[in-house]
Design a protein around this ligand. Structure first.
Ligand SMILES: C[S@@+](CC[C@H](N)C(=O)[O-])C[C@H]1O[C@@H](n2cnc3c(N)ncnc32)[C@H](O)[C@@H]1O
Length: 315
């Protein structure tokens, strides 16, 4: 059943439930407004605008209006650059694992303002990329692409932008049916906004697709809960803290990497690869080094690992 149908049924008067009897499907819960998560994509793009991620600078320059995390772009301190570095590294981690498969169909979920699909299609005529997010984000992104003149003529592969609520299984399957053959599904920055029930539902949908068609799921969303000390150390504006709290981001993270693997195993997936971060190659590294505090410079300890990118196969 699509979310739209669920929503319509959710509005049905309780009296009708009695009238139609026990067989009537009814969802009393308010449907979640996923679009409340979308402003985070803008904050990410503004940070990525300081990297060499394809098209990030041009698209970030088009962004107007307030930004939900209240990022301080005037005083770019160590913590600012560390975050930019994290998101740059996360972006490349997906490309790194994609390069290790030979599947040319790629579905990106919750892509935000990222133009990975456009970049891959500009370089490779064998790629069929479907770039998806919620309708408003996709409409904005299409406008940006048009505005920047990044049009079809420059593409060698096939790029499609499609609105998709990833939790809507029927819509998900309809998008997947646009591909011929196996498909790689990729995403970054979604699972930490989903509760356990939603994560399980998404896993089921993806598992069915991969079982039927072949391919793999590359997700950069293996975030583990941070210690209280780590949470206290990372400066956060009030608005960002409120946004994270509103969306239960810390609770939605995994208890640890083992717990994450157990979770995916229970959903019928096997972890087949993990991306290996290569900080030396990051465009933002010189900025980080300039502001690196002395104690970090002299530390023999590697920085704490807060996230991993995994390639999952349906077994
Ligand atoms: C943190 S942003 C990440 C954007 C992008 N992947 C990146 O890393 O820059 C989260 C994205 O998830 C999208 N989103 C939230 N709920 C969604 C859903 N149910 N289905 C599809 N996309 C969703 C939002 O619109 C937003 O673009």
């Amino acid at each position: 059943m699509s979310c739209k149908h669920r929503l319509i049924r959710g509005r049905v008067d309780k009296g009708l439930l009695d009238k139609f009897g026990a067989g009537f499907e009814f969802n009393m819960q308010d449907p979640k407004d996923y679009s409340s998560i979308s402003p985070s994509a803008k904050s990410l793009l503004l940070m990525k605008g300081y990297t060499n991620i394809p098209y990030a600078q041009q698209t970030a320059a088009l962004m107007q209006g307030p930004e939900i995390f209240d990022l301080n772009f005037d005083e770019k301190d160590f913590w600012f650059w560390i975050r930019v570095m994290h998101f740059e590294s996360r972006y490349w981690s997906i490309d790194q694992l994609l390069q290790q498969t030979d599947i040319k169909n790629i579905l990106e979920l919750s892509s935000g303002y990222s133009l990975r699909g456009l970049d891959l299609c500009a370089k490779d005529q064998t790629i069929h990329y479907i770039d998806t997010d919620l309708p408003e984000v996709i409409a904005d992104k299409q406008q940006m692409i048009d505005h920047l003149g990044l049009n079809k003529e420059m593409l060698q592969g096939k790029l499609e932008l499609q609105p998709l609520n990833a939790l809507d299984e029927d819509a998900f399957n309809a998008v997947v049916s646009r591909f011929d053959g196996p498909v790689n599904i990729v995403n970054e920055g979604l699972l930490m906004y989903l509760n356990m029930e939603e994560k399980v539902r998404l896993c089921q949908t993806i598992h069915n697709v991969l079982k039927q068609r072949g391919g793999c799921w590359i997700t950069a969303d293996i975030y583990v809960k941070r210690s209280t000390e780590m949470r206290a150390e990372l400066p956060q504006s009030k608005s960002e803290a409120a946004f994270m709290e509103q969306h239960n981001v810390e609770e939605n993270k995994f208890d640890g990497y083992e717990a994450a693997a157990e979770f995916f195993n229970a959903q019928g997936f096997e972890v087949v690869k993990e991306a290996v971060p290569d900080n030396e190659k990051l465009s933002v590294l010189p900025q980080v080094l300039k502001v690196l505090p002395e104690e970090w410079r002299n530390s023999k300890e590697p920085p704490p690992k807060i996230q991993a990118t995994w390639m999952l196969k349906a077994v």
